[in-house]
Design a protein around this ligand. Structure first.
Ligand code: NAD
Ligand code: UDP
Ligand code: UDP
Length: 342
């Protein structure tokens, strides 16, 4: 790709004898589920210095406890809808609630986080000449009419949804779509180096136990001996990617030469009913499965076409659903203080 403007001159302090790292990386939303796993991976490289900004809406300092006090790590309480002044080389921009319960809780705030938050991070990237990666979502495809979804598909998103039905998804879907547009406009207009990942359903340790997403719900329910709640009809499909695979894809995208958008997800497709059966078999065969009402506008099917990620990033997921579920079970058992029966 081409840069139309040279980056501004970095501060002379960057070259002082006190400056140790080669790469200073900002992770917005770094106290969240995916963000904290990404921080773990970035911190493994001793040449990296990592700054996390997070407002703790759905994230937690606990997720970063192993890094607090580390000389190459900084944690800042900050809301990305406000301007941010830091000097960094790369920005992983993840800040945004990802679970439907939380992004529907304050829809206007969700839009502000995606639109104003992304604008601010792009303004920052422009000022300091940083490369910026945005975590978009498979929700940009809405209730897709093309299956599986390639990046070239424009999507089927309802921008307003039923005025009288509470809890609509468009604040998230359309917020992410505008954010993607902003990313590409800053790239074309200002020569910012951008990367756009479209993430499909990701699961793993550190997900909020009661965040309402299907994998965390089923595992917590199975461990607590509560019925697994299948939202009607149960034949809707999702493709579940284990978090370490996803984080690997994000870093490859950032380090590679392609702007994206690139789908990152596991192409293994399961109905919600199949997922419930698997969780039941693995964790608690005694548990019952019950059907409950669904929320409006629930996409009926979702599966990534990852041809582009394979070709351009040499990436594909490695962790199988059953293995990933077992790793997540261990983490949930520890946090819920439920030991394994012998
Ligand atoms: P998460 O809710 O665990 O993490 C989001 C983090 O952003 C939290 O720590 C939260 O406190 C923080 N945050 C939210 N609003 C903020 C604001 N205004 N200012 C500063 N911090 C703010 O969610 P996650 O699953 O880790 O998702 C991370 C990113 O990946 C999100 O952008 C999400 O849209 C995207 N994504 C996730 C999935 C998935 O399946 N997990 C799928 C598609 C896209
Ligand atoms: N911005 C920021 N940090 C910076 C530079 C900019 O948060 O280091 C914000 C700034 O407040 C603005 C947004 O990013 O709201 C977009 O900045 P840009 O310079 O692109 O646009 P302008 O300020 O001209 O509207
Ligand atoms: N779902 C379910 N039971 C639950 C939570 C979710 O059957 O307890 C269903 C939900 O209707 C959707 C799918 O699981 O069809 C995935 O939902 P999730 O909220 O995890 O993610 P998203 O809808 O954003 O893909």
């Amino acid at each position: 790709h081409t840069r139309t403007k040279p980056p501004p001159t970095p501060s002379p302090l960057r070259f002082s004898k006190f400056f140790q790292s080669n790469m200073r990386i900002l992770v917005t939303g770094g106290a969240g589920f995916i963000g904290s796993h990404l921080v773990d991976k970035l911190m493994e490289n001793k040449k990296n210095e990592v700054i996390v900004v997070d407002n703790y809406f759905t994230g937690s300092k606990d997720n970063l406890s192993r890094w607090i006090g580390h000389p190459r790590f900084e944690l800042i309480r900050h809301d990305v809808t406000e301007p941010l002044l830091v000097e960094v080389d790369q920005i992983y921009h993840l800040a945004c609630p990802a679970s439907p319960i939380f992004y529907k809780y304050n829809p206007v705030k969700t839009i502000k986080t995606n639109v104003i938050g992304t604008l601010n991070m792009l303004g920052l990237a422009k000022r300091v000449g940083a490369r910026i990666l945005f975590t978009s979502t498979s929700e940009v495809y809405g209730d897709p009419l093309v299956h599986p979804q390639p990046e070239s598909y424009w999507g089927n998103v309802n921008p307003i949804e039923d005025f009288f039905i509470a809890g609509v998804r468009s604040c998230y879907d359309e917020g992410k779509r505008v954010a993607e547009t902003l990313m590409f406009d800053y790239h074309r207009q200002h020569g910012i180096e951008i990367r756009v990942a479209r993430i499909f359903n990701t699961y793993g340790p550190r997900m909020n136990i009661d965040d309402g997403r299907v994998v965390s719900n089923f595992i917590a329910q199975a461990l607590r001996g509560e019925p697994l709640t299948i939202q009607k009809p149960g034949s809707q499909t999702r493709s579940f990617c284990y978090v370490s695979d996803l984080v690997d894809g994000l870093v490859r995208l950032m380090e590679g030469d392609n702007t994206g958008p690139i789908n990152l997800g596991n192409p293994g497709e399961f109905t919600v009913l199949e997922l419930a059966d698997t969780v039941k078999e693995l964790i608690n065969p005694q548990v019952v499965i019950k059907t409950v009402e669904n929320t409006p506008d629930d996409p009926r099917q979702r599966k990534p076409d990852i041809t582009k990620a394979k070709e351009l990033l040499g990436w594909e997921p490695k962790v199988k659903l059953r293995d990933g579920l077992s790793l997540m079970e261990e983490d949930f058992r520890a946090r819920l203080c439920i030991s394994k029966k012998k």
